[in-house]
Unconditional design. Structure first.
Length: 99
């Protein structure tokens, strides 16, 4: 019997790719500055944990999984800072376009 872990990892990885591509394409649409703030948050809060889960399912517990989980945890902790910086840049660029 085949191991279901690689299949589950592929499904989770596919979901992460779909979320990342959808958020990237949606951010390119010309919308308001504040509406575009949601897309970096989607990438950091959804895609990172999904990728970590895919690695955990594929590799199992071990050093590789621990390193990926630590990286995802650090990205999760710092995500509000990067999202705020992107938002600030969008506000500044949006104000320049109005002038």
């Amino acid at each position: 019997m085949t191991d279901p872990a690689p299949t589950a990892a592929a499904v989770v990885l596919g979901a992460a790719v779909v979320v990342a591509v959808a958020a990237s394409w949606a951010a390119l649409r010309p919308r308001g500055v504040y509406a575009r703030l949601h897309y970096p948050g989607m990438l950091t809060s959804v895609t990172g944990p999904l990728l970590t889960l895919a690695v955990l399912l594929d590799y199992g517990p071990g050093l590789t999984t621990a390193i990926v989980a630590l990286t995802a945890a650090l990205l999760w902790v710092t995500a509000p800072v990067s999202s705020a910086a992107i938002g600030k840049l969008n506000v500044v660029l949006g104000e320049r376009k109005r002038e």
